[in-house]
Structures are given as structure tokens and as C-alpha cells.
Design a protein around this ligand. Structure first.
Ligand SMILES: NC(=O)c1ccc[n+]([C@@H]2O[C@H](COP(=O)([O-])OP(=O)(O)OC[C@H]3O[C@@H](n4cnc5c(N)ncnc54)[C@H](O)[C@@H]3O)[C@@H](O)[C@H]2O)c1
Length: 318
């Protein structure tokens, strides 16, 4: 990466609940030098920025300000949260048409402004929006990613941690496929303290009807967003933290393996869509997609997710 974008400048497009929560968590993390917010709602934008800058005496040193399209040019990372939030009872795929136009036009503008950084898409349905941004930007797939199932994987780690009464940091678990109803837990990749989850049972002592319990946990993860939206209208805290985790791997060149939404080029036998598979993230974006040896039932679920996403992509004509 050249000097022009070494500043760790993050531009957030969409200063609503998710964008502002991410800005707040990002400022606290200390990993960005400059945070720029953009929103078509100028009153909201002014209010969010003013509220955030008043925290500057308490944050690690960081510049926070309102911005414009010109800020894309030297950004290291542009995060797109612009769009409409999921309403109670509304599925993620129903949001598709509303948000595809918004995300596509923002990605085209980022490209037009000569940005050399990475685009992170968060707007739902995130896999379809990631593919729309990839197409509209005209960029290589490495530099256009979606938040994918990083949040869902965190939810699964939390639920397993409660089940096993163990620190969630000691649980490694991955949700793959669509960020949506067809997502699935890759149990073959799930470990507690380095021990495969199925072999951990004797230490847990809470595993009667284990296969049923696994199904229940997976369903809880799938339904999490619906539960939260039913209760309070939208979700933003955990996703904001998941976005900081992704940003950290990019801005700090950490090579973390995360289940971001990526455009496969033959990996897992897939192409012409975006979905979540384990990928290594660096300052260049996707460093590599990890070809995990999924068992046949999990590979089948991945292909099922791919078919659902592909159908949605066709609906927006990409
Ligand atoms: N991927 C995930 O894990 C995840 C989790 C939660 C929410 N989301 C999604 O994130 C998105 C944002 O959610 P939210 O709760 O912050 O919604 P919100 O309505 O609070 O914020 C969206 C903001 O986007 C702005 N906006 C709309 N069009 C714009 C444009 N063309 N340019 C600039 N700004 C524009 C709106 O003015 C609004 O402030 C939604 O699509 C939601 O479904 C994704």
C-alpha cells in the first residue's frame, strides 16, 4: 500500500444506528487515525458527528468529522452501511431491491474517485449487496468484502460458551454461507480450547441429546436478528464490534481468518456470487480464501446457500 492511503482513514457511508455504533466502537479501539461519516440525511449526520466528537477527550487520539464523496480518494477502508434497516417481519431478501441501487451507486462513486483501499459492505442482504458493490466498483474481488457471517459466528461462539460454561474466547466456531436464513454452523470446524466440539462433551457434562442441542443452537443463531428486531427494532451493538474486528485485520494487516462475505472464483466449486467462507484478511483485503475440507453434508448446505444468493442476485440483474 502506498503513502497516500497509509493514514488508516475510514469512511463510513450511512450514519444510522449501525454506522454510528461502528464509529463509536472504532474510535474506542484506537485502530483508525481518521473517521469520516457521510449520510444523505444531513441533520442526522451533523448530530451523530457532534455527539461523537464530544467523546474525543476520552477516545484514543482520532479525528472524526463529516465528509463528502471526495473523501473516498485517500481512504484505506470505506464501510457501506447506507440503506434501509430490516423491519419487523421483513426478511433480509425482501430488502434486496431497495438497497441494491443505493449500494451499487456508492460503490461506483468510490471507484470513480480513485480509492485504492478496501470496501466493506454491511447493508443487508449483505451477500447480494457485496456482489452488487463488487460489480459496480469494477475492482478485483480482493478489495470488496462483506461483513458476512462474522456476527453470526460470534453469536454461535457466545451460545456455545453459555452451553459449555466457558469463556467465548476459548470457543472457535464458524457460521458459513448466506448471512440469512440458509446459513449453517460448520460443526466440523468447531473447537473448544483446541478440542473438537463433539469430543469436548465429557468435559462439559451437559450434552444429553447433543445432536438436538446443536440444531437448537444453530436455529438460535439464525433467528437472533429476528428476536432482537422484534424486541427493539434493529440490531447494532454486536455488528458494530464485528465490523471493528474486520477493520482491525485490514488496517493492522493482521491476516486474521474471518468468515467475511467474498466472491469465490472456483473455491468450493462456486463463482458469480458472494457468500461467507473462511478467508484471511490483510491490508490488501482478501489475502486468500481457505479451502476448508467440509464434510459432504456441510458442503451441501454451502451449495444450498449459494443457490439462494445466486437467485437473489439474478433478481437484481447482476
Ligand atoms: N450485515 C449485518 O450483519 C447487519 C447487521 C445489522 C444491520 N445491518 C444492515 O445495515 C444497514 C443499516 O442499518 P441501520 O440500522 O444503521 O439503518 P438506519 O436506517 O439507522 O441507517 C441507514 C442510514 O443510511 C442512510 N442512507 C440511505 N441511503 C443513503 C445514501 N444513498 N447515501 C448515504 N446515506 C444513505 C440513511 O439516511 C440512514 O441514516 C441495513 O441494511 C441493515 O439491515 C447489517
Amino acid at each position: 500500500m502506498d503513502n497516500e492511503i497509509r493514514k488508516r482513514k475510514v469512511v463510513i457511508v450511512g450514519a444510522g444506528s449501525v454506522g454510528a455504533t461502528y464509529a463509536y466502537a472504532l474510535a474506542q479501539s484506537g485502530i483508525a487515525e481518521e473517521i469520516v461519516l457521510i449520510d444523505r440525511n444531513q441533520d442526522l449526520l451533523r448530530g451523530q458527528v457532534l455527539d461523537l466528537v464530544h467523546g474525543q477527550p476520552f477516545f484514543p487520539t482520532v479525528s472524526i468529522r463529516e465528509g463528502s464523496d471526495d473523501d473516498y480518494t485517500d481512504a484505506s477502508l470505506v464501510v457501506i452501511t447506507a440503506g434501509s434497516a430490516q423491519r419487523p417481519g421483513e426478511t433480509r431478501l425482501e430488502l434486496l431491491r431497495k438497497n441494491a441501487g443505493i449500494v451499487g451507486s456508492i460503490a461506483a462513486k468510490i471507484s470513480e474517485k480513485g480509492c485504492r483501499g478496501v470496501i466493506l459492505v454491511v447493508t443487508n442482504p449483505v451477500d447480494v449487496m457485496t456482489f452488487a458493490a463488487y460489480k459496480s466498483s469494477g475492482w478485483q474481488r480482493e478489495r470488496v468484502i462483506g461483513s458476512g457471517t462474522v456476527l453470526d459466528s460470534a453469536r454461535l461462539r457466545y451460545i456455545i460458551s453459555r452451553h459449555c460454561n466457558i469463556d467465548p474466547h476459548s470457543v472457535h466456531a464458524y457460521v458459513l454461507g448466506e448471512h440469512g436464513d440458509s446459513e449453517f454452523a460448520a460443526w466440523s470446524m468447531t473447537h473448544v480450547g483446541g478440542i473438537s466440539i463433539d469430543k469436548y462433551c465429557p468435559y462439559c457434562g451437559n450434552c444429553e441429546g447433543w445432536n438436538e442441542q446443536k440444531k437448537w443452537m444453530e436455529q438460535q443463531v439464525r433467528d437472533s436478528a429476528y428476536h432482537i428486531i422484534d424486541a427493539k427494532g434493529s440490531t447494532y451493538y454486536a455488528v458494530g464490534l464485528a465490523m471493528v474486528r474486520i477493520s482491525s485485520s485490514i488496517l493492522r494487516n493482521q491476516n486474521s481468518m474471518l468468515t467475511v462475505s467474498v466472491v469465490p472464483e472456483g473455491e468450493y466449486g462456486l463463482q458469480d456470487l458472494a457468500l461467507s467462507v473462511p478467508s484471511v484478511l490483510s491490508v490488501r483485503g482478501i489475502e486468500r480464501i481457505i479451502p476448508s475440507a467440509l464434510p459432504p453434508d456441510e458442503l451441501e448446505k454451502l451449495k444450498n446457500s449459494a443457490a439462494i444468493i445466486r437467485k437473489a442476485i439474478e433478481e437484481i440483474g447482476k
